[in-house]
Design a protein around this ligand. Structure first.
Ligand code: SF4
Length: 372
């Protein structure tokens, strides 16, 4: 609650195009009524948020905010700068801005760099990894191609540019099934996410032979360490504790594609982050959602709770991505201060070999063509 007991109105809370005073920024933060944003958070961080917004505007910086960012970081991005990694990269490519700050992990920023090679793409922490991308590279793709000669390789966007450069087509969790069906031949290699691959295999069992790391081979694959944490017994316990019985018309349990196959089977709805958000929005619109649990990164639920205040969301905030959590306000302000003072940006800039950019752009462009 605002210290005065009132929350003064602020025009268009997320509109970053208007210059705001420090007091207006603070009011804007209180006006969000974000369930996981406390007065202490606001009082401690409002000054930094104000500085970031001022410098962002001064230098015409596009600030991309992934859905898994904590609320204060997520809220730095305008509405059209928020979303999933591919959507953000596509948005960034259409803007005129020279500086892109990608509030996410480096593999996401690489995709932005591939689609905007002449722009300066910056991340708050270049050491932030990802259990999927870090444990799979170009060499692993080559090994699978040797094992299944002639089979096309579809790679999840959650991978580094060098692995994409060795692959035929990319996919997201929203379009994987559609893209897979569009590929020639009976067999498709899918990398690197093993659970996602098993879920896709089940979905396409009548249409494609999906092969992946660890399926009758010794190739290396990976799983998302966040979505891996949800087990079937967790979901059953959540159903019981939060009173979300299967088939309830207004209470739903959602799971992300990267979860285990038996978790997906138990969920009332599974899909990508954007598909889950769309389903929630549609149900809210029809007044058909009163309670929900989303088996995914905890901050996604925090941000959903702000967007859909009438829904009672239950969260599992022990399930956080430690890599995404490395993106913090104090690091973001450092980037903007470096831009402002003309300092060297090497500590933050994501760079790629131009030859890798050229090769990695092809599978992304093929995916975009196949998506329409
Ligand atoms: S949640 Fe974290 S570990 Fe999982 S795919 Fe995203 S960045 Fe990687």
């Amino acid at each position: 609650m605002h210290p005065t007991g009132k929350t003064p109105p602020v025009e268009n809370a997320l509109n970053g195009s208007k210059e705001l005073t420090f007091e207006e920024v603070k009011n804007e933060l209180y006006n969000r009524h974000h369930p996981s944003l406390t007065s202490l958070d606001i009082e401690v961080h409002a000054k930094t948020v104000h500085k970031i917004r001022t410098l962002k505007r001064k230098h015409n910086v596009v600030m991309l905010g992934h859905n898994y960012m904590e609320p204060l970081v997520f809220g730095l991005s305008d509405k059209d700068e928020q979303g999933d990694s591919l959507g953000l990269s596509m948005f960034a490519a259409k803007t005129e801005a020279q500086y892109l700050i990608f509030n996410g992990v480096p593999f996401m920023a690489e995709t932005a760099k591939i689609l905007s090679p002449n722009k300066t793409v910056l991340v708050a922490d270049k050491t932030a990894g990802c259990s999927l991308a870090d444990n799979f590279g170009a060499e692993d793709v080559r090994k699978l191609k040797e094992l299944y000669p002639g089979a096309p390789v579809m790679i999840y966007v959650n991978s580094y540019a060098d692995a994409k450069a060795e692959s035929d087509i990319c996919c997201t969790s929203a379009n994987a099934a559609h893209i897979a069906k569009s590929m020639p031949g009976d067999t498709l290699i899918f990398v690197p996410d093993i659970f996602f691959a098993q879920n896709l295999e089940e979905e396409l069992k009548e249409e494609k032979n999906v092969v992946y790391p660890g399926k009758d081979n010794t190739a290396r694959g990976a799983v998302c360490e966040v979505h891996e944490k949800f087990t079937l017994s967790d979901l059953l316990a959540i159903r019981e504790s939060f009173e979300i019985p299967k088939g309830h018309p207004k209470r739903k349990l959602y799971a992300h594609w990267e979860c285990r196959p038996n978790v997906l089977k138990e969920a009332d709805f599974y899909g990508s982050t954007s598909q889950i958000m769309k389903d929630i929005a549609a149900r809210v619109e029809d007044n058909h959602l009163e309670r929900a649990f989303v088996a995914s990164e905890c901050e996604l639920t925090s941000n959903l709770a702000q967007e859909f205040p009438k829904v009672q969301f239950w969260t599992a905030c022990s399930v956080r991505c430690s890599h995404m959590a490395k993106v913090r306000l104090d690091k973001i302000v450092n980037i903007l201060e470096a831009i402002d003072s003309g300092e060297d940006l090497a500590e933050y800039e994501v760079t790629l070999d131009p030859a890798v950019i050229d090769k990695a752009r092809l599978p992304i462009e093929r995916m975009l063509e196949a998506s329409v």
